[in-house]
Design a protein around this ligand. Structure first.
Ligand SMILES: CC(C)(COP(=O)(O)OP(=O)(O)OC[C@H]1O[C@@H](n2cnc3c(N)ncnc32)[C@H](O)[C@@H]1OP(=O)(O)O)[C@@H](O)C(=O)NCCC(=O)NCCS
Length: 332
């Protein structure tokens, strides 16, 4: 029997219209455009404004675009995985809500929580469903409405995060294109440095949790930075070398967009020049699970069939890892 690999056959994305610029943040908290640019590389981020809008409102257009581009109907989707830390509700899963809204009547699905590494965890999971031969069309989404859990009075976190959604379609391939290898890690001892204190079963919502700002993302930036800069770079390097690839063999690095300095360190470790690194942090900030598929969405027209691309991420948990992909199609 021929070996089945999971090829990425289409990409979709969505970012909200509203741009929250550094200039606007200067009016909200004690910060400067210069500080934000030099420390993070971010110039603006997108925010999903409006009553009643949630993560699913970004996932729906991203998946609809993906279906249009691939020329498939939502009924053909077998499984939909939404990586997110900002689901519409604790339950049901955002994946269920999205399937209903797009008319993916034959799909099952679930949400996956691995913070900024969520898309890579989802890609690894989805690729196994394809490789098993059981499913033919699996959609993997990375999406977060970070503005729902950010304290816009906290200058250490509100400058970093934005909202957005990206999605890929996985389909079986017998010529060796698609997901080649996954290197995924987690370490729960990192939880104190990046988490949301309340809203789960440990601290259900009370007046006190709200008053004490416990429903916002809490981050000790310096510690997270230290781990991220080492582990993300190491994961990217490991997947390259254990697949006997050199910097010359890699067409693109697709790094999680958390901080330009972490991205640069990862590229340096792999020996890659800036021209081979996908970057859109300046426009979107850190959209958590959304960053990597949004990079693929932005750069899709530059990707060629056969390109070796390394995806790498680090996030809350701690979670981190890398995925090696052989790109399956030329620009259209
Ligand atoms: C958050 C982050 C940008 C902060 O940058 P940093 O260089 O580590 O800055 P520090 O936290 O050490 O703060 C340095 C100083 O700037 C101040 N500062 C923090 N945020 C500021 C802001 N928005 N504007 C101006 N000053 C700020 C701090 O209060 C501190 O002041 P002090 O020296 O008087 O105490 C950086 O730590 C980071 O990117 N961390 C990793 C984030 C990440 O990857 N998170 C997600 C994982 S997916």
């Amino acid at each position: 029997m021929q070996k089945i690999t999971a090829a990425i056959t289409a990409v979709g994305g969505y970012v909200p219209e509203y741009k929250l610029t550094n200039a606007e943040l200067e009016k909200m908290v004690d910060t400067t455009d210069e500080w934000i640019r030099t420390r993070t590389g971010i110039e603006e981020r997108r925010i999903l404004k409006g009553e009643g809008l949630a993560t699913s409102d970004m996932v729906v257009p991203a998946v609809e675009e993906l279906c249009r581009k691939r020329g498939i109907q939502p009924e053909e989707i077998d499984c939909l995985i939404v990586a997110t830390v900002t689901p519409d509700m604790v339950f049901p899963a955002t994946a269920n809500l999205v399937c209903e809204r797009i008319g993916a009547k034959n799909a099952w699905g679930f949400d996956l929580s691995a913070a900024c590494s969520g898309f890579l965890y989802g890609l690894s999971t989805g690729s196994m469903f394809i490789e098993s031969g059981r499913y033919k069309k699996v959609v993997v989404v990375g999406a977060d409405k970070m503005s729902a859990i950010i304290d816009y009075a906290d200058r250490a976190t509100c400058i970093i995060f934005g909202d957005g959604a990206g999605a890929v379609l996985l389909e079986p391939d017998t010529e060796g294109y698609g997901i080649q290898d996954c290197f995924l890690k987690s370490d729960g001892s990192g939880a104190p440095y990046l988490h949301m204190k309340a809203g789960g079963s440990l601290h259900p919502a009370t007046i006190a949790t709200v008053t004490n700002h416990m429903h916002y993302a809490y981050q000790e930036g310096k510690t997270v930075f230290k781990f991220a800069v080492t582990e993300m770079a190491d994961a990217a390097y490991q997947i390259m070398t254990r697949n006997n690839l050199s910097d010359q063999d890699i067409a693109w690095l697709v790094p999680h967009q958390a901080n330009k300095r972490i991205i640069d360190a990862t590229a340096d470790r792999m020996g890659l020049p800036a021209e081979k690194v996908m970057i859109n942090i300046q426009r979107y900030g850190n959209t958590t699970a959304g960053t990597i598929p949004l990079c693929l969405w932005d750069y899709e027209q530059k990707l060629k069939k056969g390109d070796n691309i390394v995806l790498a991420a680090f996030g809350g948990g701690f979670t981190w890892g890398s995925v090696l992909v052989k790109w399956a199609y030329d620009p259209k």
